[in-house]
Design a protein around this ligand. Structure first.
Ligand code: GUN
Length: 319
């Protein structure tokens, strides 16, 4: 039932014997392995840059407060920079930083010639207006792709920094040669950083695109009935095991963006991470599926690195 890909040649190495007779041939999209492979490609590019006396890409991350999930995410981003040979700078600020002080941090990073790109990890404490902070970031250094200039350019199909999670999903679909043209994609969730940009990218012309897209959300009538029509499902609603097997058309491609903690007293940490998709049930019916963890998550960090490389090469906005 479980498919593996040989990432050297992207050849399928599933053994038919592993497939139950009544089961659709299913491949797990291994985001961890794919991200490692592309990180190796990035590391090679950095070596070439160094050999040619070019500038080493430099990412800065601003972390405000003690949010445990944010700390893990930012630590991963910094560690991934080290892995590929990028420079990284972590700017840590206490949760009681004022909005004006944080805006000054952003201003300093905007004007630091050695920093190619930077992110301000969200969420921010309640007393800080996230929109104001996002708007203060120079779009040329906005490697998260959250600034309206980058978002607008994305919607218009112009060169831009793509938001990391949709960018990672597009890369997965591309590298696994999953056809998208003419397919019905159903996106569950309409957040600014995943659902909405994902829907735009899938509907646009392009190698990964040309889909007919339906965006569903908490107010959608008969959501299961709509999801059942999907050739491609992107689940980004933030509810553990929300997409169940009865909502999935046989052979659908299932992309799970969720990372939810569920209690698991038998584990050391007391919880397990699960996606928005009921993995075991859905895996029986679909053609491709991303696991949690090890699916979309590692691709998101990779996308940030790819945007940082573009920033250092002035590939989007020029000098
Ligand atoms: N919080 C959750 N995901 C992200 C992300 O991709 N970027 C930033 N800056 N904050 C986040």
């Amino acid at each position: 039932m479980v498919g593996l890909l040989d990432f050297q040649g992207f050849e399928e190495i599933n053994t038919p014997a592993a497939q139950p007779s009544n089961c659709i041939f299913m491949t797990i999209i291994d985001g961890k392995q794919l991200s490692e492979q592309i990180k190796n490609e990035l590391a090679e590019e950095v070596k070439t840059i160094v050999q040619n006396g070019g500038k080493i890409p430099h990412l800065a991350a601003v972390l405000v407060g003690e949010n445990p999930a944010s700390k893990v995410y930012v630590r991963n981003k910094v560690r991934s920079c080290e892995q590929v040979g990028f420079k990284s700078t972590l700017v840590e600020k206490s949760a009681d930083i004022t909005e004006a002080e944080l805006l000054q941090v952003v201003h300093n990073l905007n004007n630091d010639p050695d920093i190619d790109g930077f992110i301000v990890q969200l969420p921010l404490p309640n007393h800080i207006n996230e929109e104001k902070v996002t708007l203060a970031i120079d779009p040329k250094k906005d490697v998260d792709g959250f600034h309206p200039v980058n978002f607008g350019r994305m919607a218009l199909g112009m060169p831009c920094y793509l938001p990391a999670t949709p960018f990672g999903i597009v890369t997965m679909l591309e590298r696994y040669n999953i056809p998208t043209a003419g397919k019905h994609a159903v996106v569950i969730g309409r957040s600014n950083i995943v659902g909405t940009p994902m829907a735009i990218l899938l509907s646009r012309k392009g190698k990964v695109g040309d889909c007919t897209v339906t965006v569903t959300h908490s107010r959608t009538h008969d959501l299961p009935g709509i999801v059942r029509q999907a050739d491609i499902i992107v689940a980004a609603i933030g509810r553990a095991n929300f997409v169940t097997a009865d909502m999935v058309k046989p052979g659908a491609v299932v992309i799970d963006v969720g990372i939810n903690r569920v209690e698991a007293p038998e584990t050391k940490r007391g919880y397990r991470l699960v996606g928005d998709v009921d993995y075991d049930g859905v895996a029986e019916k679909c053609s491709f599926i991303t696991p949690v963890p090890g699916g979309v998550g590692p691709m998101t960090v990779l996308s940030l690195l790819q945007n940082t490389l573009k920033a250092s090469q002035k590939a989007i906005y020029g000098d």
